[in-house]
Structure formats: C-alpha cells, structure tokens
Design a protein around this ligand. Structure first.
Ligand code: KG4
Ligand code: ZN
Length: 348
C-alpha cells in the first residue's frame, strides 16, 4: 500500500470549521505551510462556559470567506492557483461542519479542482509532520484534544488504526470542566496549566481509571468527579474553603493525574508492540508543558523518535487538514461531492 506520499500534490487549501475555530491554510506538497489563518470564537462562547452550536455555525459562516482570503493574501496566491481543496468533514458539530464542507465543495466546483474530506482527529496526527520530514513508520499516535483522546497504530497516516479511546470525557474536556469549577473561564486548559504552576501536584491523590490490564481505552469522568468533591466537598458536608493555595493544589494534582493516565496507556501500548519506531502526538492538550515533557520522556525511555507539533499547530488549524488531504488525494483520489459531514470520527 502506498504511504500516501504527498509530493507533487501541489497547492492544497485546507478548511477547518468543526468546532470553534474557523481556519484556512495553504500547504504545498502536503508538507510546507505557505499560509495559515485561524479565527477563534472563544470570546463568543465564554459567557456560556462551553461552545454553543448555533452561535458557532453562524460565526463560521461569517468568517470562512475572510479566512480563505486572508490565507491566499498571506501566500501571495489567487484562487486559480489552487490545485485542490480539503475540508475537515468529521467529527464535530454538524452545523459547523456543514459550513466548511459547503464552502469547500463550492470552491472545488467553481474552480474545477478536486475536493477531499478529512477526518479531523486523524489530521491532528498529521500536524506533527508539517514543515518537516516524516518520522519512521509505524508510529504510535496519540490525539489529545477537547473532543478526543485516542491512541492509534500509524503505518500510514491516511488510515490510522484505532487502538483505544476515551469511553467518556476527552482529556481536554476534563481540563475545561475542572477549569470551570475553579472559575478559570472557557476554554480553561491553558489557565489551568498556569494555575497548576503554583500548586502541589501531590496535595491530592486523584484516581487514574484502569479499565482492564491490557486495555488501551481511557476514562476521565471519575477523575473529574473526584476533583469536584475535593473542591466543593461531599454532599451534606460543609465544603472546605477554596482559597488560592487550595485551587492551585487542585489544579496541579488534577493535571498530574491526567498526565499519569495518558502516560500509563502510552507505556502499555509501547510494551504491547515491539515494531513501533516513533511516537506522534497531536491535539490542543499537547500544548501543555507537563504533557509534552511526559511524552518526550516516554519516547526516550522506549528509544523512539518523538514528533510533537510546534505550538501553532496544536490547536485546530487548516494546515493539518490540507496536509492529510494531500495524502488522501495521493492514495484514494478525490472525494465525491455527495460527501456528508458526520458527528463521529472513523472507528478504524
Ligand atoms: O485540538 P483542539 O484545539 O480542539 C479540539 O479538536 O477539541 O483542542 C482544544 C482543547 C481544549 O479542551 C483546551 O482547553 C485544550 O485543548 N488545551 C489545553 C491547553 N491548551 C489547550 N489543555 C491543557 N493545557 C493547555 N496548555
Ligand atoms: Zn481538534
């Protein structure tokens, strides 16, 4: 099977509208980022403590064309210079995905160029290979985002094989919910990381779910509930005073437990397969320094090449969509214009 070498795929426009970032980027030959424009909607959703789907789709509709124009301008290109359009068409909020998918189809038809749909979670794995050579395959792939926590065996980035995933909350979602509990705003991952710096990671012994000796699935809802009880007290009892130090200790102890949960399954997966040659990680939560250093340490212990995206490619962006889109085009050819958005990721 071809590994989907994107060389020669030309200029691919990647569109991303799955959640609360409206993004467009232009990538050459599936690797070199010529331009990237990301408009976040965090300000629109902050007062609701989470993403409001209806507000998100309307904002995507207003921002998608300006994002595309901005990427073209930054790259010094015109619409006619594009060779293909890729769009994240799953998973995500359906109304939001519809905006990007419809824009991508309209451009493809109007310009007479190929169109391809990309799985957003798989694209996070591709963010590590932007502006650099591929690592040695097969890789162990980990995606840690606001919506997903998934482990893959990656022989070919076009068809990562799912090894395990969260059975309840995603790790980023747990960061966000604990951040809301500690009054840190939304999305609270970065603020929680800052607060954790002044806390003691051993002040609370929070649990790490073990779903079975060999299982590679994750669960974060028990951890989230344990933090809630530690912060607000158990029902019927007077809650402890939530002073600055206690908040910082809760943040640090939660972060340490979340990192332990990720580390345990990475280690398990690596012990189960002896032929893995690299460790590739993507998704918003890999912006967290404790998560990054844990991944580097695990990779080093197992003698693997570690591929972590630079900060700019950790959050949702169009470049990772274009990069994976170029590889899909090389392996499978263009997608049909009947492609429909889907709320879930592909389960293979
Ligand atoms: O990949 P992403 O931009 O969007 C999804 O596909 O979900 O990830 C967003 C998630 C949010 O939950 C956000 O709080 C989390 O990534 N995040 C972090 C950090 N930066 C972003 N979590 C922990 N520490 C961070 N520094
Ligand atoms: Zn994402």
């Amino acid at each position: 099977m071809s590994l989907g070498s994107p060389t020669g795929s030309g200029l691919v426009l990647g569109l991303e509208t799955s959640c609360d970032e409206t993004a467009a980027a232009i990538v050459r030959d599936g690797r070199t980022v010529l331009a990237s424009s990301v408009a976040t909607q965090h300000d629109l959703h902050a007062e609701f403590g989470g993403v409001v789907p209806e507000i998100a789709s309307r904002a995507h509709l207003e921002r998608i064309l300006p994002a595309i124009r901005s990427a073209l301008h930054e790259a010094g290109l015109r619409y006619e210079d594009l060779d293909a359009v890729a769009v994240g068409h799953r998973p995500g909020l359906i109304g939001s995905l519809l905006v990007g998918t419809s824009a991508a189809k309209g451009l493809a038809v109007g310009l007479g160029i190929p169109f391809v749909g990309v799985d957003h979670v798989h694209a996070h794995l591709a963010s590590g290979v932007l502006d650099r050579e591929d690592p040695s395959w097969p890789a162990l792939g980990l995606v840690v985002s606001g919506g997903h926590t998934s482990l893959y065996r990656v022989e070919n980035p076009v068809r990562p094989e799912l090894l395990g995933r969260t059975i309840d909350d995603a790790v980023g979602e747990a960061f966000d919910k604990v951040a809301t509990l500690l009054d840190l705003g939304h999305p609270g991952g970065p603020a929680l990381e800052s607060l954790a710096e002044s806390g003691d990671p051993e002040a609370f012994q929070f649990p790490v779910a073990n779903l079975g000796r060999d299982r590679l699935d994750f669960s974060f809802s028990g951890l989230k509930t344990a933090v809630r009880y530690a912060a607000l007290g158990v029902p019927g009892k007077t809650p402890p005073a939530l002073d600055e130090q206690r908040r910082a200790d809760l943040a640090a102890s939660f972060q340490a437990a979340a990192v332990r949960a990720l580390e345990r399954n990475l280690d398990r997966a690596l012990r189960a397969s002896s032929d893995l040659r690299s460790l590739v990680v993507g998704g918003g939560v890999i912006a967290n320094r404790s998560v990054r250093s844990m991944v580097e340490a695990v990779g080093c212990e197992h003698g693997l090449e570690v591929v972590l995206p630079p900060m700019a490619w950790c959050q949702d962006n169009g470049a990772m969509i274009a990069a994976l889109g170029a590889r899909i085009l090389a392996v499978d050819g263009p997608g049909g214009l009947d492609l429909a958005p889907a709320a879930t990721s592909r389960q293979h």
